[in-house]
Design a protein around this ligand. Structure first.
Ligand code: GDD
Ligand code: MN
Length: 369
């Protein structure tokens, strides 16, 4: 039994480590797409909001401060019946910034973020669609860098690296690990995980491939993946950086759980709907990410369960291995972060069976940390 447990644990940690190392390698050799032209396109920025009155104004100011020609920018705030005055605040802000083409669309009812994005698409006139979340900020010239990369040959979508504003070491350790994968995958072919804090798409492609999916929570990641499956690259680059607020205490766990639920929905849909159509360079990426999100957490649990059973039957080896694992979890931050993420993924898969969280309860984030 201990041997089987060891095999399972070797698979669990082996696949994850191997994939990480592969991405470290890919991250070094950037496959730079060629720029098509120097002409900047017209951009429609879509900002979906639901009860964001405490962050909406600083978010709008951050968009306004971007180094992008104003006459080529259109800002569409799509509000789904906020009850805290978000829409009114945004409307006032727009009227105070007449040099920016800015509009607030009231959806009235709340049917979820993806639904709101599709509604806003009907009003968007730009060639490029950039979606963004109210509780995030774009650093430096991120908008311009994203659009420039998007205009390069063969690229369909571009997103940001995330810089969490937090002193939660689980979140920052997780992010550092995740960013290496995003950059590595982007250099290799495309990344199947995008960030709604800044996700830029060619509008013609969004329309051709049916708009944002409303049946999976990770609308941004899924849209990008559909484009990548159809031969357009979906890239994350270190030139484009988003800051985001991170909830604290129990809210942090709820937030991680819901995001994990959404990613799992996205990978399951991707594999079941497009499995055989995924192009060669992207196959290894999508299948490995599917394995890491959907299968690998169960491999860990099975290995741990076998060790526990063996230890309860008196196996000293099993008990020592469990002890060693517990010690590592206390001492090594990366190991602790990894285990935490695996438990979140397991809980997310279970929760997806009865609640997919397609319209989610807002989680409070601290504005000043
Ligand atoms: N119009 C509209 N309608 N906007 C909504 C709705 C809705 O029903 N629900 C949420 N939003 C807005 C929020 O106001 C915010 O601006 C943005 O969508 C993201 O919502 P958050 O509550 O901040 O979610 P998050 O940061 O945890 O979500 C991340 O993961 C999601 C997938 O799980 C982001 O990357 C999202 O972009 C992503 O969709
Ligand atoms: Mn957010």
């Amino acid at each position: 039994m201990v041997i089987i447990a060891l095999i399972l644990l070797t698979i669990h940690f082996g696949v994850a480590t191997y994939y990480y190392l592969r991405n470290l390698g890919w991250a070094r050799n950037e496959l730079k797409p060629r720029r098509n032209s120097n002409d900047l396109p017209r951009v429609s920025i879509i900002l979906p909001t639901y009860n964001e009155s405490n962050v909406i104004l600083s978010k709008l100011d951050n968009i306004y401060a971007q180094d992008y020609p104003r006459e080529l920018m259109e800002l569409l705030v799509i509000d789904s019946g906020s009850t805290d005055g978000t829409a009114a605040l945004a409307m006032k802000w727009c009227s105070e910034h007449p040099d920016l083409n800015c509009r607030v669309i009231n959806e009235g009812v709340r049917l979820g973020k993806a639904h709101a994005l599709n509604e806003a698409l009907k009003h968007a006139t730009g060639d490029v669609i950039v979606i963004t979340d109210a509780d995030s900020k774009w650093l430096g010239n991120s908008l311009r860098r994203a659009v420039e990369l998007l205009m390069s040959e063969g690229v369909g979508a571009v997103s940001c690296v995330k810089a969490p504003i937090t002193n939660n070491t689980i979140e920052s350790t997780y992010r550092d690990y995740y960013t290496v994968l995003r950059i590595g995958e982007s250099n290799r072919y495309s990344t199947p995980i995008f960030h709604g804090e800044l996700a830029a798409f060619r509008k013609d492609l969004i329309m051709r491939f049916g708009g944002f999916p409303t049946d999976v929570g990770a609308d941004d990641s899924h849209m990008a993946t559909v484009l990548a499956i159809n031969g357009y690259r979906a890239l994350i680059t270190r030139d484009v950086v988003c800051q985001e607020l991170v909830p604290r205490a129990v809210n942090y766990h709820r937030w991680r759980l819901r995001r994990a639920q959404h990613l799992i929905q996205h990978f399951i849909k991707t594999i079941t709907k497009y499995g055989s159509r995924i192009p060669r360079g992207f196959k290894e990426i999508v299948y490995t990410e599917f394995f890491l999100h959907v299968i690998n957490p169960w491999v860990l649990i099975a290995g741990l369960a076998l060790l526990l059973i063996a230890a309860s039957q008196g196996s000293i080896t099993a008990a020592s291995l469990l002890g060693l694992g517990a010690l590592l979890a206390v001492v090594v931050r990366l190991f602790r972060t990894w285990l935490y993420t695996q438990f979140i993924l397991l809980a997310a898969m279970i929760r997806n069976m009865w609640n997919r969280e397609l319209v989610w309860e807002k989680v409070e984030k601290d504005v000043a940390q």
